[in-house]
Design a protein around this ligand. Structure first.
Ligand SMILES: [Zn+2]
Length: 167
């Protein structure tokens, strides 16, 4: 635990003359990040039944138990909205860009095991999911454009390869 950095100025009423105080140095202000930088996902503790593993330069969500087809894998519990798409957002049918820290860690696959439901605000299992499987959905089912195009190596026979634009 740290001590508070500032104490209320009103408490320094011990005889100081107004106007005669020594000049106060400006407290250091953290500068806001440039708007062009995409905020990285906030650290999270995955809920029961899910696990987050480091993969490459990021993190990905994995099943830690069995999920049955049709079951919600998780609810979108910490939703915020961003003014434009980025590599962590998911586009709603209305064209809004939803950020949710668990959803931001769901990888893409061309034959994925889940799909987002914006009616239920949850990620729904498309088939049975076994413990240890990466949780995936098809980014091209939500995004009209891909903010950060990439090559897919999901291994599906219908793998599209380059993931950059909805057809
Ligand atoms: Zn693929």
């Amino acid at each position: 635990m740290g001590l508070p950095d500032c104490s209320p100025a009103a408490e320094s009423n011990d005889g100081g003359t107004p106007g005669a105080e020594p000049p106060q140095s400006e407290p250091p202000q953290p500068s806001p990040p440039p708007l062009s930088i995409v905020p990285a996902p906030q650290p999270i503790t995955p809920p029961e039944g899910l696990a987050v593993h480091h993969v490459g330069t990021g993190e990905a969500l994995y099943a830690a138990r069995t999920f049955a087809a049709g079951e919600p894998v998780f609810k979108f519990a910490k939703v915020s909205w961003r003014p434009r798409r980025d590599r962590y957002t998911v586009e709603t049918p209305e064209g809004q860009h939803l950020y949710e820290p668990l959803l931001a860690r769901v990888g893409h696959a061309c034959e994925p095991n889940t799909r987002p439901s914006f009616d239920l605000m949850a990620l729904i299992a498309r088939r049975d999911i076994a413990p240890g499987e990466a949780i995936t959905f098809d980014y091209l089912t939500t995004e009209r454009r891909i903010a950060d195009p990439f090559d897919c190596y999901c291994g599906a026979t219908a793998c599209r390869g380059r993931i950059e634009r909805s057809g």
